[in-house]
Design a protein around this ligand. Structure first.
Ligand code: CA
Length: 527
């Protein structure tokens, strides 16, 4: 285990003010930044695809929405363009961010599992080192938060309106729009923690974790009309029939065409609205519902036109939900400015995984394809990272915990499988560290969950992606046997439309990647 020389100093940070101030000057001179490492403000949304962040945009250059506050963060910091999850599902990815371990090791392989709170997490380790810690919003790990001085979290998935919040001292129901409530709860903690830090010198770590834009995409009433007179650009693959991919893609039940239900399409209102909210909801969605149902019933709206119309209804609500998240990010950045702590505070924006905004005809996540495998990750650190930095380093959610720990000067437990990006960030996020990973591992387990996406694992390198579906029958004529394989050239085919796994011209590439996948699987899935 690596024990940084200043750990003892950090542990003193909880001591009275005079001690904290004397350690602060030592820290300042030794590390050239504020006392005891930076504050951390970690903002995570749920299911926010990178293509719906205007700082990223779609690969074809189209911007489907504008997220000015998240873009501000990217303009003032670093945007990571190759940041991956290890299992594109809410619970497992959250556990991976917390523990620095992949699902096989942190144990939360699929939703419905319970998080083992006895394992080391970055907030708990920072708390032990003297940080003040808090989490506000979606937790979704089946347990109460551990390692936090304060929390206010949704129960499970949580509703879009009037959510009950679990706090250390009990449960309260708060009236209003959940995204705004989470932002305000986070802002309140930010002010309290900053004030306390001013008094005792302890840095803080605050996690603000949105439910939005998770299904079923219910926007804030002020955003109901945001896209009324707009046609959301369709992705080029909206009508994909997956014929170039192999059998796995056709096994799912997550199509815009056939699997969006009445609530998804806003033909029914959410149950949690109060009378006043329902009135506003019905005023907005009511007239459209009648017109839509009439057009479908008469056959006027059918076939590809119906798919396109469903895409519009779905995409507008999804994007409208993101607007309140973005406004919340703006309010948090403004508060950090107001408090005068921007130089001492790392701000992160990320999502627990990416998302299909109609690409390949889908909504939802789960797959190792780029839309859900990659997730937005933007980090601002004024004075350390040059504004407007972009990075292609092959990074992953398991890197976050070791990174934060090293930045705070806290030892990284050996069980953490991610790699610290601290040195990379210290260098201004420009030069890839020596011996950095050249392949990213992925494993999705929840084959028997919603949307029937088969289990798969795989490896992605700078150019190639190899995916193995162990339970999928490759030719449809009997038991699965060796499973189905997919190989993509990400440079020539960024939309992953042409599976090269059985093309003899790529036999050598596949053989080499298969061997690397076996090695990586053994390494990452060891206990
Ligand atoms: Ca999620």
């Amino acid at each position: 285990m690596r024990r940084p020389p200043h750990l003892a100093v950090l542990l003193l940070a909880a001591a009275p003010l005079a001690s904290a101030q004397s350690t602060a000057s030592t820290e300042d001179s030794a590390r050239g930044r504020g006392p005891n490492g930076p504050n951390i403000v970690f903002i995570m949304s749920d299911d926010h695809g990178w293509q719906a962040v205007s700082a990223y945009g779609r690969p074809d250059g189209v911007r489907v929405n504008q997220t000015p506050a998240i873009d501000r963060l990217a303009a003032e910091g670093a945007r990571f363009d190759q940041f991956h999850v290890e299992n594109a599902l809410c619970g497992p990815s959250r556990a991976a961010f917390l523990t620095g371990c992949v699902s096989a090791r942190h144990g939360f392989r699929q939703n419905g599992d319970r998080f083992d709170s006895t394992q080391p997490t970055w907030p708990a380790l920072l708390q032990q080192a003297g940080y003040r810690t808090g989490v506000f919003g979606k937790w979704h790990l089946g347990t109460r938060p551990v390692g936090f001085d304060d929390y206010a979290v949704l129960k499970g998935q949580g509703p879009y309106y009037n959510p009950p919040l679990l706090r250390p001292d009990g449960e309260t129901r708060v009236h209003g729009y959940t995204t705004d409530i989470i932002t305000e709860t986070g802002l309140d903690a930010l002010r309290r923690f900053a004030e306390a830090s001013e008094a005792d010198g302890r840095p803080f770590a605050i996690c603000i974790q949105h439910k939005a834009p998770h299904r079923r995409w219910a926007p804030a009433p002020r955003h109901f009309h945001l896209y009324d007179h707009v046609r959301i650009p369709e992705p080029p693959t909206l009508l994909d029939d997956w014929s170039g991919r192999g059998p796995a893609s056709a096994m799912q039940t997550m199509t815009v065409a056939r699997h969006l239900d009445e609530q998804d399409l806003k033909l029914k209102s959410p149950w949690e609205l109060d009378a006043e909210q329902k009135k506003i909801w019905d005023l907005h969605y009511g007239p459209g519902v009648e017109a839509y149902q009439a057009a479908v019933a008469s056959g006027e709206l059918a076939g590809d036109d119906l798919v396109r119309e469903k895409y519009q209804r779905y995409a507008k609500d999804y994007l409208a939900c993101i607007q309140a998240v973005d406004e919340g990010v703006g309010r948090i950045l403004a508060e950090i400015d107001e408090l005068g702590i921007a130089e001492d505070t790392i701000v992160v924006y990320t999502s627990d995984q990416g998302w299909y905004l109609g690409e390949h005809g889908w909504y939802d996540k789960r797959w190792m394809y780029e839309e859900s495998f990659r997730t937005p990750f933007i980090l601002r650190w004024p004075g350390r990272i040059a504004p407007g930095t972009t990075s292609d380093i092959l990074a992953q959610n398991i890197d976050f915990a070791p990174t934060v720990l090293e930045l705070a000067g806290v030892e990284i437990p050996e069980r953490m499988q991610g790699r610290s990006l601290a040195g990379f960030l210290e260098s201004g996020a420009t030069d890839t560290p020596e011996n950095w990973r050249d392949g990213v591992y992925y494993h999705f387990y929840e084959a028997r969950g919603p949307h029937t996406v088969p289990e798969h694992d795989g490896i992605k390198t700078e150019r190639w992606k190899l995916i193995r579906f162990p339970e999928v029958d490759p030719d449809g004529d009997g038991p699965a046997g060796p499973g189905a394989w997919e190989l993509y050239d990400l440079v020539a085919d960024p939309d992953e439309m042409a599976n090269l796994a059985d093309d003899p011209a790529y036999a050598d590439v596949r053989a080499e990647l298969e061997a690397r996948l076996t090695t990586l699987r053994t390494e990452m899935e060891s206990q």
